[in-house]
Design a protein around this ligand. Structure first.
Ligand code: HEC
Ligand code: HEC
Length: 254
């Protein structure tokens, strides 16, 4: 958790919390107080209530590249806030199915989900190293789908919506770089079989229905092997004119 994310309550906490804690700790530890006071003061200065409350999330989401029994844990740091919020609501309403996630958000208010989304959108964690390049024919097909699409199959270029550098588009379209192959394949497969839905019209459902098994493998392998661009921030909405309507993405302001 970066120091830039500390809420304004920080200075108040630093001023008031230690006084009470010193008393308790002093009473308990007597002679050890000199050692403990500096530790408590240090602790209070770095006190970030939101980070603490979200430790349940970062237990899974900060360690990157973890394969769990019920799915691959994707990165959530730095993704557009609107996208993250939509996903938390999707898990709550079972438009996305995952045992851990359906359970985690079951009783949280929409307001709090937005706060959580906003918090993670501002966080930056290192990206995992890119995977090895897939074999050339697969890489070629993957790159073609991402950059140009396949007109005959009715598949628009992925980059047309996910941004030229595939870092996502504000406020609701995620980036496609830094995601592991298995995760991408699982998500595209989930749309194909109907265990993942986005708001109607669900453009990703339409697109994945036009991809065959080899196409899914090709885009996932090619994307996972891409180097991480220097600037990983999602780009502004206005630069993208989506080739299909997506219910989860508001029309760009003109
Ligand atoms: C037990 C591990 C675990 C915990 C704890 C957990 N998650 Fe997840 N999370 C996952 C897995 C696995 C997925 C991918 C599931 C899937 O395939 O749909 C996921 C997916 C997500 C996504 C969608 C990411 C994307 O790119 O679409 C968001 C957002 C998210 N989690 C947020 C949270 C938040 C916020 C918390 C804490 C309140 C949390 N998670 C706690 C395992 C976990
Ligand atoms: C018409 C616009 C559009 C096009 C074209 C498009 N996408 Fe998407 N994609 C979206 C939107 C919007 C979302 C977010 C949906 C949601 O809210 O769940 C998304 C989400 C995704 C996700 C989920 C990411 C995550 O972190 O879970 C993957 C993977 C993905 N797209 C892959 C692709 C691939 C591969 C292609 C090209 C074959 C593609 N997309 C083409 C709009 C598009």
């Amino acid at each position: 958790m970066g120091p830039n994310t500390l809420p304004p309550s920080r200075s108040k906490d630093a001023a008031t919390v230690p006084a009470t804690r010193f008393f308790l700790i002093g009473a308990l530890l007597g002679g050890l107080i000199c050692l403990t006071t500096s530790a408590v003061a240090h602790d209070a200065a770095h006190h970030d209530p939101m980070a603490e409350r979200l430790e349940a999330c970062t237990a899974c989401h900060e360690s990157q590249g973890v394969e769990l029994e019920d799915g691959y844990v994707p990165r959530i740091h730095g993704k557009p806030a609107g996208y993250l919020y939509n996903q938390l609501v999707n898990y709550q309403d079972y438009r996305r199915r995952n045992r851990s996630m359906n359970h985690m958000v079951a009783h949280l208010s929409h307001e709090y989900l937005y706060e959580i989304a906003d918090y993670f959108a501002d966080q930056h964690a290192p990206y995992p190293a890119p995977a090895a390049a897939p074999q050339p024919a697969l890489a070629e097909r993957g790159e073609q789908l991402v950059r140009e699409g396949d007109e005959q199959a009715g598949v628009p270029a992925c980059a047309a919506c996910h941004g030229e550098h595939l870092t996502g588009v504000q406020p609701n379209t995620p980036g496609l770089i830094g995601l592991p192959r298995q995760y991408i394949m699982a998500q595209l497969g989930a749309w194909q079989v109907g265990t993942r839905h986005a708001a109607a019209p669900d453009c990703m459902a339409k697109i994945t229905q036009r991809l065959n098994g080899r196409d899914v493998e090709a885009v996932a392998a090619w994307l996972a092997a891409q180097p991480i661009p220097e600037d990983t921030r999602p780009v502004a909405n206005a630069v993208v004119d989506p080739p299909l309507e997506c219910g989860s993405v508001p029309a760009p302001e003109s």
